[in-house]
Structure formats: structure tokens, C-alpha cells
Ligand binder design. Structure first.
Ligand code: CP
Length: 303
């Protein structure tokens, strides 16, 4: 594929190949000198029209570690603020002949829109509430490193499913790699179509946590909740915040995950975020290796 728009595009063997490539780069990332010449002479634009800490920094670091030139553009400092359209902005960037554009945008489908109009690779770094494929790949890679395989495992995704691109992309990725997915959240934060998804659905957190191998907490996506469904934060935390009681109900070796940014004390107890079972910072480290793998595989693909 020219572009990475959604994990639906990848088959199990392709995901496995990304995990193995990321394993190689993870080893490089543990060396004292981490820079390799793999993508020397290549360039990529990091076009972030929505806020990001992890995704933007890790793509930037991934590119630089591979000797790829990276150029950053944020909405606030771009001519989008002067009324230039996404299409004109993208055509302008393409005229500079980069090998790829990493795009984060508030509109679902923005990456597909660019992919259909530009010749360079488009990598979706999160589009609206639609997809976040590189997050799902790094989450899967984090668990692959822990377990060796996701086959037969059960992963609970807890919280604001309705507004989350991470939930949807992770469902597809985990299922592809042989893991079962459970979703749990208040009824108002479960999307209407969820019963058609290949997942078990719960509204009781204690039932949902029984016997699971990993629990991924999601933040309330306040920036996407313009539909009046915002719960009271204290009430939400009481009923759907991950606490010690739920960890006792899970598999004794349960892993705790969060894609970040976290709201400590709301969707996750602060101690649990930092405990030994927490993979939160492993996810961040995996993000650099996974994005190195993706830049390498997409920017050097055979045309
Ligand atoms: N998980 C994630 O996408 O984090 P950022 O919004 O900080 O990039």
C-alpha cells in the first residue's frame, strides 16, 4: 500500500512483519548511539492539525533516528488559520516533494482525502473519531513484546468508546492477531453500532474485568463530546474508573494500559498508572520503534 489509513488494510502477516521490524528498531533504540542511516535522503512532513504529545514527538524521533529529514507543521502556525483549505495545504506540501506526510486531523476521513489526491505516502496519525492505526500497532506491539503472541488473550477496553478512534483501531488489530476484545463503558459512551462489532459489551466494570489479560483505559474525549453526553466526572470515576478492586478480578498477571494522555483519578487510579503491571510508558517506548518500522516500510516501499 502507498498509505497507512486504517488497520483494516493490513492482514495478520503484515502486522506480524511490522512487529518484527519494530523489534529490530527497538534493539537499536536501546543502544548508546541510536541513529542509523536507513532513511538518509528521505523526508517526511509531520502535519498535525490537532494537539499531540506522544504521536508527534515519536514520529519526529523515529524519523530522525533513521536519518530521515522531518518537517513539522501545526495548525496554529499554518495558513489553515488564514482560510487555506486542507487540500491546498496538502498540495503545497506535496510540491516540496516529501516522501511522506504524517497527518493528524480532527475530521474523520481527512487522511483518506489526502491519500486520494497526493502521490506521496500518507500515514494517518489519528483522524477524528475514525482511526488511529499507528496507536493500535504500537499497543499490539507492546503486548506482543510482553506475551510473544496475542493469540487467545482477552483485552478489555474501558471508557469512552463512542468518541475513541483508539478503541476502534485496537478492536480490529487485536482481533486480527487472535485476541478477544471486551468493551465497557456507560451506555451513553458506547456507540449505537457497537453490538455489530466483534466484541463483548459490558456496562458493569466488575463483570467486564473478570479474567482479562489486559485492561486499556481510555480518556473521556471531551473535545469530541459536543453531543451533550458528558458524564459527571466524579460519578464517572466511581462507576467506570479503574481501581484496585477491578485488578483483583482480572488475571493475576494483568497488564494495565492507557494510550495517553491520562486523566489520573478519573479513568484510572493514579497508583495503578505507575504500578509494576502498568505498560503506559512501555507503550510510549514501543511507539518510537513502531513508527520507525512504519516510516521504513512505507517510505521505502516498491513503487
Ligand atoms: N495516544 C496519543 O495519540 O497521544 P497524543 O495525542 O499525545 O499523540
Amino acid at each position: 500500500h502507498k498509505d497507512l489509513l486504517d488497520v483494516t488494510q493490513l492482514n495478520k502477516e503484515e502486522v506480524q512483519h511490522i512487529f518484527e521490524t519494530a523489534t529490530y528498531f527497538q534493539e537499536i533504540n536501546s543502544r548508546p548511539v541510536k541513529k542509523v542511516p536507513t532513511l538518509k535522503g528521505h523526508s517526511v512532513v509531520l502535519f498535525f492539525a490537532e494537539a499531540s504529545t506522544r504521536t508527534k514527538t515519536s514520529f519526529d524521533m523515529a524519523g530522525k533516528r533513521l536519518s530521515c529529514d522531518t518537517f513539522s507543521l501545526a495548525k496554529s502556525s499554518s495558513s489553515l488559520t488564514k482560510g487555506e483549505t486542507l487540500k491546498d495545504t496538502a498540495l503545497t506540501l506535496q510540491a516540496m516533494n516529501p516522501d511522506g506526510i504524517v497527518l493528524r486531523h480532527w475530521a474523520s476521513g481527512a487522511s483518506q482525502f489526502l491519500a486520494e489526491r497526493l502521490d506521496c505516502s500518507i500515514i494517518n496519525a489519528g483522524d477524528g473519531r475514525h482511526a488511529h492505526p499507528t496507536q493500535a500497532l504500537l499497543d499490539g506491539f507492546t503486548l506482543y513484546q510482553e506475551w510473544g503472541s496475542l493469540e487467545g488473550k482477552t483485552v478489555l477496553i474501558l471508557g469512552d468508546i463512542a468518541h475513541s478512534r483508539v478503541a476502534r483501531s485496537n478492536l480490529i488489530l487485536m482481533n486480527k492477531m487472535g485476541a478477544k476484545v471486551r468493551f465497557c463503558g456507560p451506555r451513553t459512551l458506547l456507540p449505537p453500532q457497537i453490538r455489530k462489532w466483534d466484541a463483548e459489551v459490558y456496562t458493569d466494570i466488575n463483570e467486564a474485568c473478570k479474567g482479562v489479560d489486559a485492561i486499556m483505559c481510555l480518556r473521556l474525549q471531551l473535545e469530541r463530546q459536543q453531543d451533550g453526553l458528558l458524564p459527571d466526572l466524579r460519578e464517572y470515576s466511581n462507576y467506570f474508573g479503574l481501581g484496585h478492586k477491578q485488578i483483583e478480578l482480572a488475571n493475576p498477571d494483568v497488564k494495565i494500559m492507557h494510550p495517553g494522555p491520562m486523566n489520573r483519578g478519573v479513568e484510572i487510579n493514579s497508583e495503578l498508572a505507575d504500578c509494576e503491571a502498568s505498560l503506559v510508558l512501555d507503550q510510549v517506548a514501543s511507539g518510537v520503534a513502531t513508527r520507525m518500522a512504519l516510516l521504513y516500510l512505507y517510505l521505502t516501499r516498491k513503487k
